[in-house]
Write a protein of this length. Sequence first.
Lengths: 164, 117
Amino acid sequence: MAETTSGTATVTLPADNQILITREFNAPRRLVWRAYTTPDLIKRWWSGDRGTVSSAEVDLRVGGAWRYVMVANGGFEVAFHGEYREIVDQERLVNTEIFEGLPNPDEHAGLVTTTFAEKDGRTMMEMLCEYRDQADRDAVVASGMESGMQEGLDALERIAVTLD
Amino acid sequence: MARAATTTDAFNAVAEPRRRQILDLLAQGERPVNDLVATLGLAQPLVSKHLRVLREVDLVRVRDEGRQRMYRLNAEPLKPLHDWLSQYERAWSKRFDLMDDVLADLSEAEENNGGDD
């Protein structure tokens, strides 16, 4: 067992304000759900290779808040928060997502719908991220640029590197 | 904005699900228009309209073969889109790779506990 043959993440743009991220995991969905929603576990993966997660708060109920903070490799903090809108245990999670580094962050709130489907002990996870318009969506995609290539830390660059 | 203005049209062209479907079909090889109509189950004028949009941004090329118009994919204009997305995709892949590690630990812990839930 314990073989972590992992699918690759695929990213598509189903509509001009959307991003769809899909990934298959070699684990049943109760475990994927747990890894996705448990603070101590979120801390282990959420920052990817861009830094370390210094705080992960999860109040997993409809109307409850979440907030993740990462100390990026550049030394600055990156924080996101949001609210849970819909929770179907181990199956579907709908939450808002707000990047705190933007001016008027609430105006740029995204809505993320994550679904977990299990087959033969493996889990297909889909994250549909919706933004108010194409400009916001594109800014999020542009955030995937290599952080190591960014030098100065003025506001614009900070957004480009870290918006996720 | 993070992407080159010259690619915007191709980006927009592939934002439409039917047009992506057409590109998927053409990715399998050159096809006459009536073949596309039959496979997609759409009215010919609608298919022609999508093909026109795709031709305008050079994602699709056409040639006449006898009385048939043959359409084929030209993926070149999608390269900037692909490059742009792949950076973002990479960032998520890193996260998911770490999630794999977490999941492996959880699976192992479950097995050790002998529990089935």
